[in-house]
Design a protein around this ligand. Structure first.
Ligand SMILES: [Zn+2]
Length: 139
């Protein structure tokens, strides 16, 4: 289903379109982290990763893999960051509340650092075991 007021459900700028099939399309981000920053977007409206039907989630990952190979060739990045958000609070965390898979080429000197500072280093096995059990109970 598409939402009338969603820009990704009603995307029309074919100039930035770089891929399209029956389930999804890909465009260059309007708010890019770097040049060649690609968004892979389902044609139907889903807000979160966990809402995606399994077949569509698999398809988007395969399309992202294919496009990542092309991004590598297009701009020769030092790395590519693949990210997406699940907005569990439904609080407007994203500019557009429509799931998208980001393919972001990264360069050693681009200064777009993701702060991967751990909340703790060398977390104990006991604590990690508790976190694992918390999640396993919900599977
Ligand atoms: Zn939408």
């Amino acid at each position: 289903m598409k939402k009338k007021d969603c820009v990704f459900c009603n995307f029309k700028d074919k100039e930035v379109l770089l891929y399209e099939d029956s389930l999804c399309y890909a465009v260059i981000s309007k708010n890019p982290i770097n040049k060649h920053h690609v968004l892979v977007i389902p044609k139907e409206h889903y807000q979160d990763f966990v809402e995606l039907p399994d077949e569509l989630a698999s398809h988007i990952f395969l399309v992202a893999k294919k496009l990542s190979k092309a991004v590598r060739k297009a701009c020769n990045p030092d790395a590519i960051t693949h990210v997406f958000d699940d907005v569990t609070s439904k609080s407007g965390y994203n500019l557009v509340a429509h799931y998208k898979f980001h393919i972001i080429p990264r360069f050693k000197k681009d200064m777009h650092l993701i702060d991967w500072s751990p909340m703790r280093t060398n977390e104990s096995s006991e604590a990690r075991s508790k976190y694992a059990k918390d999640i396993k109970k919900k599977l």
